[in-house]
Design a protein around this ligand. Structure first.
Ligand code: AMP
Ligand code: ZN
Length: 495
């Protein structure tokens, strides 16, 4: 079965042909770590987590690079005073690198809560300043860039004069770009308005600065991704992803930098994930129309009537195709929760269901409502059709209905089919969609929590604080949890 991917470059679904057989190089633009990620950011990263999981499941060996932007992403491309990190560090009275550390840790924690797999390489922009300086020099040497007042700009007009096509990814016309570029700081340093910064001279107040052949400065945001993707995936690689809003100018500039440096399209398949909206408007920090992921999970917000488990949120996101806009709402989350619970119940039934020889009662002689071979094919067709998670989920629910009938003795299944159904459902639900069984997770959490209490009780006993150690034992007993001290240590039983 051929995998088809919608390629933003051609505007069509194309059959996926990796550069190296069975291997995929995939780069996804990571977060700019100057504040907490909002739920919209999580949606994009989850879309690519699902794509990554699907590729692995389909048998590809994936090198998955997702960067951390920890320098150079200005709120306005030309405005040096709008360095996000410097601004936030002033606000929080922290060093810029403390800001970077704080929000990188937050980002990782949030993604773990939503069960996103880590990328195979997670490079940082500040760890690749040398590579960015080298690329800038290469672009100057090739005549695609020029220095001006200690900054270096990419010459868009020169690029187009050589028959290359700035605007090919975002399908924009160069004349419009010239007409529509706003007059920003640094504009008078540029030859033409659409030129973009590869390297920016640092003003005396700018704390994040590095030495370069053009004086002290810092790299441009677009160049960071070209430097890191080229270093780890090569001059040409298979998939580049990011949110829809990054297509222009960020990805357009990446295409131009790559083509100017190496003479070839840097990326074969450009994939763009669509936006999460709330109240019908794009979720965004700057407009205030956002919710933090942990606010949704803990319930501490005014928008949702109750807290929702991260797996329910994940299920809700997976019910929309990655290229569709998704509007988050209380009603949709409540509906997703019901669907998710039914799916998990079916998974539990399936796990514990043991094969029984078919008896001769007439009901058991009906042919099953599910033909495993064709059902499996439908699931893979959905996955291979540009990673269509909502259609895949619809097919999984056919199996869910079948599993409930199986439990009630209204369906039969052969021993081999039962084994295969178990494997396929586990693969799709847990490995590919990345959902987690809340009950099993809670059991693990309870165990960890009790171990903490046992440790604290042992510490109290050691320091002869018997009041406290007895209190821990008695209060747990009152909750039906008995601690038993033995030679191997303390164990517990729950009545
Ligand atoms: P940033 O940290 O601003 O570079 O954003 C990180 C990722 O989140 C990028 O891929 C953005 O395209 C994506 N993103 C930003 N807002 C939204 C949103 N409302 N819905 C989905 N993705 C978003
Ligand atoms: Zn990027």
């Amino acid at each position: 079965m051929n995998l088809k991917i919608y390629n933003s470059l051609s505007g069509e679904k194309e059959i996926f042909k990796p550069i190296h057989e069975n291997s995929v190089g995939m780069y996804v633009c990571g977060p700019t770590v100057y504040s907490n990620v909002h739920l919209g950011n999580v949606r994009t990263f989850m879309s690519f987590d699902f794509i990554y999981r699907s590729l692995v499941h389909l048998g590809y060996k994936v090198r998955y690079v997702r960067n951390i932007t920890d320098a150079g992403h200005l709120t306005d491309d030309g405005d040096v005073d709008n360095d996000r990190f410097v601004k936030q560090s002033r606000l929080e009275k922290l060093e810029p690198m403390e800001i970077v550390q704080k929000y990188t840790v937050d980002f990782h924690k949030v993604l773990e809560v939503f069960n996103l797999l880590p990328p195979t390489i997670e490079p940082t922009a500040t760890g690749h300043i040398l590579e960015q300086i080298e690329l800038t020099q290469k672009l100057i040497d090739k005549g695609f860039a020029y220095e001006s007042n200690g900054s270096v700009y990419f010459d868009v007009l020169e690029y187009n004069k050589r028959g290359l096509n700035y605007g090919e990814l975002s399908h924009r016309n160069i004349e419009e770009l010239f007409a529509n570029t706003r007059n920003l700081d640094g504009q008078n340093e540029k030859k033409n308005a659409p030129d973009f910064a590869l390297w920016k001279a640092a003003s005396p107040a700018h704390i994040m600065r590095w030495n370069s052949p053009w004086g002290e400065g810092f790299p441009g945001w677009h160049l960071e991704c070209t430097a890191m993707s080229t270093k780890y995936l090569g001059e040409k690689f298979d998939i580049h992803g990011g949110g829809m809003d990054l297509k222009f100018p960020h990805h357009e500039c990446e295409v131009a930098q790559g083509k100017a440096c190496n003479g070839t399209e840097p990326v074969n398949y450009w994939m763009h994930a669509n936006m999460l909206t709330m109240n019908g408007q794009r979720m965004s920090k700057s407009t205030g129309n956002y919710i933090l992921p942990m606010e949704l999970v803990s319930g501490s917000n005014d928008f949702f009537e109750k807290p929702f488990h991260p797996s329910v949120v994940r299920f809700n996101f997976m019910q929309a195709h990655y290229r569709s806009v998704l509007d988050i709402s209380n009603e949709a989350m409540v509906a997703s929760e019901k669907g998710f619970q039914r799916l998990m119940e079916a998974m539990k039934i399936l796990k514990n269901f043991e094969f029984k020889e078919v008896d001769n009662s007439p009901v058991n002689h009906q042919s099953p409502t599910i033909n495993l071979k064709s059902w499996k094919e439908k699931c893979y067709t959905a996955l291979n059709d540009d990673f269509n998670s909502p259609i895949l989920i619809a097919h999984l629910f056919e199996a869910v209905n079948f599993i409930f009938k199986l439990k009630d003795g209204k369906e039969t299944i052969s021993e081999n089919d039962l084994a295969e159904l178990k494997t396929l459902m586990n693969d799709f639900v847990f490995d590919v969609l990345g959902l987690q069984n809340i009950e099993e997770n809670n059991n693990a959490k309870l165990d960890q929590t009790l171990q903490v209490l046992i440790d604290l009780r042992n510490q109290a006993r050691k320091s002869k604080n018997f009041d406290l150690s007895d209190q821990i034992r008695d209060r747990l007993l009152a909750e039906g949890i008995e601690l038993k001290d033995g030679r191997e240590g303390t164990s517990y039983s729950i009545s």
